[in-house]
Design a protein around this ligand. Structure first.
Ligand code: ACM
Ligand code: ZN
Length: 749
């Protein structure tokens, strides 16, 4: 061969290797969670009936790992000798460079080598191979992976009280959790809507407190809140027998998942007290959701229950709830008040803590650790408790600062019962708005903590409360694909998280979820517009994206419907004063979505000063005093940083800087009954030239009922022909403690 020919051949071979490894690199990018370190090679492992050779693996682990491998290679068998090729070698090492649940995976054309120091690491290496099998066109692409989790606690929670879910359903979710390297299942087994775990000593918990004459939680909760006998012909609900629970625990163990049971005390216990009223303050059924702490028998009752729970669950942690207890009955109860006096407690928060500290000490005596929702801090934290922060992150921060472990599960990012797309087109949810991108954006370790404090944030969890979720397929719809984002929050280091990489991967995983029989939300194909307001240039720059991929966005600016010939969106559009932009998504020359209209407006009040006669609330500040004239409109979430919340009346004055012609004032309010956000009862708008003498130009009464379902946005504005310098905008709300009004902008045209 001439040297020219040789060089050419070398070039062809090199190009082939690069394109093969490029292809493999593309596959590697689709892994969720993204491994810590990947070195992509060319070629693939193409054996269909590999043998599996174990080194240093116990018989139980061998059989569990082999079972999982059979999900990839149904014909795989255990080898007695280390074959030279077509072999999966699994070694449990004592290599000190590997930590718990970490693994090394080396896929070559001839073999797949797996090393880890524990069962978790071995299983996750196999799960990575299982994902690669789904993601690659053929074979398992060659690569070398060294992978390690960011957090030890990677959790998913499910409320089975508000609606009951079958053992089969739980097992299916455990399979998928493990596939995404999640390792804690928080089973919310008890709550006011139904008790779900067999306790041998107290049979009425499951012959009565587990059943309601209504399936739908809404009917129960907004109706008479009755329970019924298991044998009642109307009985709906259910519970898990101890045998079933053992079966689920064993199933989870094979997937490296620990099940953490939650037995909710002392609040959220209406169902317990309907069955055993002697543990309520009044001693009568249907009188309280909180257990009587002043009654010593309550303590005996609880420790009897927890003894059975500790016996049943091998988990180191037992969750005892502790959230949202109402103090009303304790305040009126002589037994509770006596205990407060006798123990020198300050108030009912300390009364609750008194009980929880005793319960913790009982659990510790059984070799268990206690977890509670962040309210367990309020009356003094038990000595060894782990705190689950849900009312924002504050509880987790405080716990870490006190040297306690904490798990972050803040509602604003990780409550999967919130909407994940436009509430107008989604199944009814409890409220809030958590699209995939918002879940992904969460960073669990607050910057404000010291290095030592940071080490106490041991993990992350998402919660699925099921008040509005009656069916298993609806539960899956709410969990997925958001669990994919959760998986990366739990596993990947903050600096390796990357939304641009993750989003195409998540889109690809929709197919995998479907293949696994999961009813996932399909990721919104709505166009999402982002505005950047430039006060200096007096322009708005509008950009579009879509979380559904791949998509082709086309748009018009002349008010017509976009067609396949309309301009394809490539870069942001700059708007000087106002525009009407219509967009839609196209595929193969066909429009596949409804047309969406965006009307960016550089309105007259942008950048003008607003003063507050009554302050906005301290929780939903948005951008403070700049919020109402910053040009940014609120979206579907009241917590998105553009909506400003008011828990008293709205009374603000806008100074236009000079006398200005006013043709229109637009002020949008949000209403969402779930989180107590309502339209105002009425609005009054005043104008003035000097800021002292005012004339009322408009009074508007609200005509939207408070119990209207879903999320509503409505303009309480003005149209006319006026001139003025100052505008005073007032909105009155019906008095209700804890209720809010939300406004996003005062637009002047
Ligand atoms: C909770 O959401 N009440 C923990
Ligand atoms: Zn009491």
């Amino acid at each position: 061969m001439t040297s020219i020919k040789k060089i050419f051949l070398l070039f062809v071979v090199a190009t082939f290797i690069i394109s093969c490894s490029n292809k493999n690199a593309k596959v590697a990018e689709l892994l969720i969670p993204q491994p810590a370190q990947t070195e992509v090679k060319s070629g693939s492992f193409n054996y269909e009936t590999p043998s599996v050779y174990f080194t240093n693996v116990t018989d139980t682990n061998k059989s569990n790992l082999l079972e999982l491998i059979k999900g990839i290679y149904p014909e795989a068998t255990e080898a007695t000798a280390e074959d030279a090729s077509g072999v999966i070698r699994i070694t449990q090492t004592i290599d000190s460079t590997l930590t718990s649940e970490s693994y090394r995976l080396n896929i070559t054309k001839k073999s797949i080598d797996i090393e880890a120091i524990d069962f978790g690491g071995l299983i996750y290496a196999i799960q990575t191979v299982a994902q690669l099998q789904y993601l690659a066109e053929e074979g398992i692409p060659c690569m070398q992976i060294t992978d390690t989790p960011r957090f030890a606690y990677r959790g998913m929670h499910l409320d089975v009280s508000r609606h009951f879910f079958s053992v089969e359903f739980i097992k299916k979710q455990l399979d998928v959790m493990s596939f995404y390297k999640m390792n804690r299942f928080h089973w919310h087994l008890t709550d006011g809507a139904g008790w779900r775990i067999e306790i041998k000593k107290y049979p009425r918990l499951t012959t009565f407190a587990a059943w309601r004459p209504y399936n739908n939680w809404k009917e129960f909760w907004f109706g008479e809140r009755l329970y019924c006998d298991q044998n009642d012909e109307k009985a709906k609900g259910g519970y898990y027998t101890q045998e079933e629970i053992k079966e689920v625990i064993a199933y989870a163990q094979k997937l490296n998942i620990t099940i953490i049971p939650e037995i909710e005390i002392p609040g959220h216990s209406d169902e317990v007290l309907a069955a055993y009223p002697e543990y309520s303050c009044k001693g009568k059924p249907y009188t309280s959701g909180e257990m009587c702490i002043g009654n010593e028998n309550t303590y005996t009752f609880l420790t009897n229950i927890l003894s059975e729970v500790c016996e049943l669950f091998p988990s180191e942690y037992i969750h005892i709830g502790g959230d949202e207890a109402d103090h009303k009955n304790w305040k009126e109860c002589s037994k509770c008040q006596n205990l407060i006096r006798k123990q020198g407690l300050k108030d009912e928060h300390e009364l609750q803590s008194h009980l929880i500290k005793r319960i913790e000490s009982f659990l510790n005596s059984k070799g268990k650790q206690m977890i509670g929702w962040d309210e367990i801090i309020d009356g003094g934290l038990s000595p060894n408790a782990t705190v689950m922060a849900w009312r924002g992150e504050a509880g987790g921060i405080k716990a870490a600062q006190m040297g306690h472990d904490a798990i972050m599960t803040p509602g604003n990012w990780l409550y999967f019962d919130a909407y994940q797309d436009n509430p107008a087109t989604e199944p009814e949810a409890i409220g809030g708005y958590l699209p995939l991108s918002r879940v992904y954006s969460y960073e669990p370790v607050p910057d404000s903590l010291t290095v030592e404090e940071k080490s106490h944030i041991i993990g992350v969890q998402a919660n699925l409360w099921t008040e509005y979720i009656q069916t298993e397929s609806h539960a899956e719809y709410m969990i997925y694909p958001r669990l994919l984002a959760l998986s990366e929050l739990c596993w990947c280091k903050a600096e390796t998280k990357n939304w641009e990489r993750f989003l195409p991967a998540a889109n690809r995983h929709l197919d995998i979820l479907k293949a696994k029989g999961i009813n996932a939300h399909q990721i919104s194909n709505s166009v999402i517009a982002t505005e950047v307001v430039d006060i200096e240039k007096q322009t708005i720059e509008l950009s579009f994206r879509c979380d559904k991929m791949p998509v082709e966005i086309r748009y018009t600016q002349d008010g017509t419907e976009p067609t396949k010939e309309s301009t394809q969106y490539k870069k942001p559009i700059s708007v000087k004063d106002s525009a009407i932009i219509k967009v839609a998504i196209f595929q193969n020359d066909k429009r596949i979505t409804e047309v969406q209209t965006f009307t960016p407006l550089y309105h007259k009040a942008i950048g003008k000063k607003v003063s507050y006669n009554i302050p906005h609330c301290s929780h939903y500040v948005a951008k403070g005093e700049a919020t109402l004239t910053d040009g940014y409109n609120g979206g579907a979430s009241y917590g998105d940083g553009s909506w400003q919340g008011f828990n008293k009346d709205v009374d603000v004055v806008l100074d236009m800087g000079e006398v200005t012609a006013i043709k229109e004032i637009e002020v949008n309010f949000m209403q969402q009954a779930g989180p107590w956000i309502w339209f105002p009862e009425y609005v009054d708008i005043y104008m003035s030239e000097d800021g002292e003498t005012w004339r009322k130009v408009k009074h508007i009464d609200n005509d939207v009922p408070r119990d209207t379902e879903g999320m509503l946005i409505k303009n309480f504005g003005f149209t006319g022909d006026e001139t003025c310098r100052y505008i005073r905008y007032t909105a009155h709300q019906l008095p209700k403690q804890g209720a809010y009004m939300f406004i996003d902008e005062i637009k002047i045209k």
